[in-house]
Design a protein. Sequence first.
Length: 195
Amino acid sequence: MIANVAVKNYPQAPIDISEAIRYAGGGKSEEILLLANSCAEEINGKLRGSVCYVLLDVEIKEDVCDFGVFRVTSENLAKNLCGAEKVILFGATVGVEIDRLIAKYSKSSQTRAVMLAGLGAERIEALCDSFCADMEKELNVKLKPRFSPGYGDLDISMQREIFRVLDCPKRIGLCLTESMLMTPSKSVTAFVGII
């Protein structure tokens, strides 16, 4: 854990229903649209977006990214961060309520549970997009695309280092299981290069 980790909280932004349906794997029928809107109504006002983050220097030599607080060997991450001298390391979550609703409906309505999972995916992506847009404005910079553990050759075990540095459980209630799953499930950790 390092001292200069900051936290931002976000109110629930408008939901992109078509994106939620896409995440849920649904088609374009009136029935699916009604279900998506009903689920969106149910989660309205129940989700909270929280992000903890820190700005770190990065030095890249071949496939090794040195952030000062830890080093990562990943050709894909090095390529993604190429040209960046600083990164934003962040953890984000929309909270546990969506997991509760998914669990509740998985026993009585699988279709509703799947749609709620799609909405949760849309919500966390929207949160990450809002956070990155805010950071571009706040720092007056351009950001590279987000890059998360488990993507490409960046091993999922990198989560341990990210959680150690950010202290996600204390700061935003985001926890990591022994099998590297995050709880709440609709959460993201990522590196974002600053250019």
